[in-house]
Design a protein around this ligand. Structure first.
Ligand code: NDP
Length: 468
C-alpha cells in the first residue's frame, strides 16, 4: 500500500511527528538527508514500523506516496526549506502539497506560498508547538495557506493534534503565512509568560529569601488556581529538582544566560511594523538579550554594587495576583497584535479559534485560555482586557501588581515584563494622556501641527519661529 503522507527531516521534531502520524494509523514515507538516520528510525519504531516506509532518495519518497501527495518538511527554518522545495518541485505534480512544519519566518512562508500559487506544487505553512513531547503525543497546530489545502490534510493533522475535551487543537488560521504568524505570536507570548514567571521567581528568591523547595511548593499551589498552566507546572518541577553533581537545587547551578532562536524577536519586530503595542513581550525579549551580557552585568555590579534586594513589602498572595494580572495583560497584548495583523494583511485570523487551539498541546497551554476563547467568542474586536471576565480579574489584581512592582523598584529587583504590562494597562485606561506634550514639542521644533481639544482650526502654538 502507498503511504498517505511523506515527511522529510527526522530530527527531534520530525521523528516524533512521524511516529505520531504512524500511531494514528496513517502509513507514512520518510526521508532524511543523512540516510543512516532514516534506517535507524524504522528500526527503532517498534510496532509502528509497519506503517513506516523509509526512503533512500527523494524520488523513492515521492513514488511511495499516494496522489495527490502531501509531504511535510521538518527541517531548520530558512535556506534548508527553500533547498528542499527546489529539490522536490521537479519530482512533484502541480496539485501535490508541500507542508512546512518548521518555525518559518512568516514572510518566507508568504513568499513560498506566492511562488507556489504561480507554478505549484501547493504550499501550506503550519506552526507546530509543544516541543518534542507535543510532536509525539499531540502538538497544537496552526495552519496557513489555501483553505482547500488545509482541508485536504486536516484529517491527519486533527488526528495527531492535542485534544481539549475531545476537540483537536489544530485549525486553519488564514492565507499564506497566517499559521506561522500565529505561531510566532504564540512564541512571543511564551517569552513574556516565562519572563513574568522568572520575575516572580526572582522576587521569591532574592526579595523574600526563599529556598528553591519553598518556591517549588508555591508554584505547585498556584497551579491549582487561576494560573493553572503548563509553564507554572514545569516551573514548579524545575524548582523542585536536585542537581545530581552537586546535590544542590538544580536551578541554583544553571547559568543565568537565556537562549533564543528568534521567534520572540520576530514578534516584536512585526509588532513595531504594525504599530501594535506589546510591551510585555518586548520586555521579555529585552531581558533575554540582556541576560546573555554576563560580563557587562558583572561590570555594572562592580561599579554600583548589587541592589539591596530583600523586601518585606510583598506577600506570596500578592505575587500570585500580580502574576494573574501580568498574564492577562500579556495575552491581551498578543491577541491585539494578531488583530492588528488581521486588518493590515487582510487575513481574517480567527481569534477565538486561536485561543481554542492554544488550550492544549502547546507550551502556553493554560486554563485561562479557555476563558479567553469564551471572551473572544463574545466579541473578537474588543481588547481582551475589556472583556467583563478579565476586567473583573484585573480590577481585583492590579493593586497587587502595583505592590510587587513598587517593592521590586525599592529593592532593586528587576521586573521589566510585569512593570511594562502595568504601564500599558494604565495607559490603556487613561482618557487624557501626556501625548499633548509630545505634540507641542513636535510642533515647536518641526511645525508638525496638532489638533486642539476645542476643535478650533489653529494647528500651531504661539512659540516664535517654530519649524525654523
Ligand atoms: P533538528 O536539528 O533536531 O533536526 C533537523 C532535521 O533537518 C534533521 O533531520 C536534519 O537532517 C535535517 N536538515 C538539516 N539541514 C538540512 C538541509 N539543509 N537539508 C535537508 N535536511 C536538513 O531540528 P528540530 O527537529 O528541533 O527542528 C526542526 C524545525 O522544527 C525547526 O524549524 C524548528 O525551529 C522547529 N521546531 C522545533 C521545536 C523544538 O522544540 N525543537 C518546536 C517547534 C518547532 P540530518 O540528520 O541530515 O542532519
Amino acid at each position: 500500500t502507498q503511504s498517505q503522507i511523506g515527511l522529510i527531516g527526522l530530527g527531534t521534531m520530525g521523528a516524533m511527528l512521524a511516529l505520531n502520524i504512524a500511531e494514528k494509523g496513517f502509513p507514512i514515507a520518510v526521508w532524511n538527508r543523512t540516510a543512516s538516520v532514516t534506517h535507524g528510525f524504522k528500526a527503532e519504531a517498534g510496532v509502528l514500523a509497519e506503517k513506516i516506509t523509509p526512503c533512500e532518495t527523494l524520488a523513492d519518497l515521492v513514488a511511495a506516496i499516494a496522489k495527490p501527495r502531501a509531504i511535510i518538511l521538518m527541517v531548520p527554518a530558512g535556506d534548508p526549506v527553500d533547498e528542499m522545495i527546489a529539490d522536490l518541485t521537479p519530482l512533484l505534480d502541480a496539485d501535490d502539497l508541500i507542508i512546512d512544519a518548521g518555525n518559518a519566518l512568516f514572510h518566507d512562508t508568504d513568499r513560498r506560498a506566492a511562488a507556489a500559487a504561480i507554478k505549484g506544487p501547493h504550499f501550506l505553512g503550519i506552526g507546530v508547538s509543544g516541543g518534542a513531547e507535543g510532536a509525539r503525543h499531540g502538538p497544537a497546530i496552526m495552519g496557513g495557506g489555501l483553505r482547500s489545502d488545509w482541508d485536504r490534510v486536516a484529517p491527519i493533522l486533527n488526528a495527531i493534534a492535542a485534544k481539549y475535551k475531545g476537540e483537536p487543537c489544530a485549525d486553519y488560521m488564514g492565507p499564506a503565512g497566517a499559521g506561522h504568524f500565529v505561531k510566532a505570536v504564540h512564541n512571543g507570548i511564551e517569552y513574556a509568560d516565562m519572563q513574568m514567571i522568572a520575575e516572580v521567581y526572582g522576587v521569591m528568591r532574592d526579595g523574600l529569601g526563599m529556598e528553591a523547595q519553598a518556591i517549588a511548593e508555591t508554584f505547585k499551589a498556584w497551579n491549582t488556581g487561576p494560573l493553572q498552566s503548563y509553564l507554572i507546572e514545569i516551573s514548579g518541577e524545575v524548582a523542585a529538582a536536585t542537581d545530581t553533581h552537586s546535590g544542590k537545587p538544580m536551578l541554583d547551578m544553571i547559568l543565568d544566560r537565556a537562549g533564543q532562536k528568534g521567534t520572540g524577536r520576530w514578534t516584536v519586530i512585526e509588532a513595531q511594523q504594525l504599530a501594535a503595542t506589546i510591551p510585555a513581550i518586548e520586555a521579555a525579549v529585552m531581558a533575554r538579550n540582556l541576560s546573555s551580557r554576563l560580563e557587562e552585568r558583572l561590570a555594572g555590579e562592580a561599579v554600583f554594587g548589587a541592589a539591596p534586594q530583600k523586601t518585606a513589602n510583598v506577600t506570596l498572595a500578592q505575587l500570585e495576583q500580580a502574576m494573574i494580572a501580568g498574564k492577562i495583560l500579556c495575552y491581551a497584548q498578543g491577541f491585539a497584535l494578531i488583530s492588528a495583523a488581521s486588518k493590515a494583511f487582510d487575513w481574517p485570523m480567527p481569534l477565538p479559534e486561536i485561543a481554542r487551539v492554544w488550550r492544549e498541546g502547546c507550551i502556553i497551554r493554560s486554563s485561562m485560555l479557555n476563558d479567553m476563547a469564551t471572551a473572544l467568542t463574545e466579541d473578537a474586536e474588543r481588547n481582551l482586557m475589556l472583556a467583563p471576565f478579565f476586567a473583573d480579574h484585573l480590577k481585583a489584581t492590579h493593586g497587587a501588581l502595583r505592590q510587587v512592582i513598587a517593592a521590586g523598584a525599592l529593592s532593586g529587583l528587576p521586573v521589566p515584563a510585569l512593570a511594562s504590562g502595568l504601564a500599558w494597562f494604565d495607559m490603556m485606561r487613561t482618557g487624557r494622556s501626556t501625548a499633548n506634550m509630545i505634540q507641542a514639542q513636535r510642533d515647536f521644533f518641526g511645525a508638525h501641527g496638532f489638533e486642539r481639544v476645542d476643535g478650533i482650526a489653529d494647528k500651531h502654538g504661539p512659540w516664535a519661529g517654530h519649524g525654523l
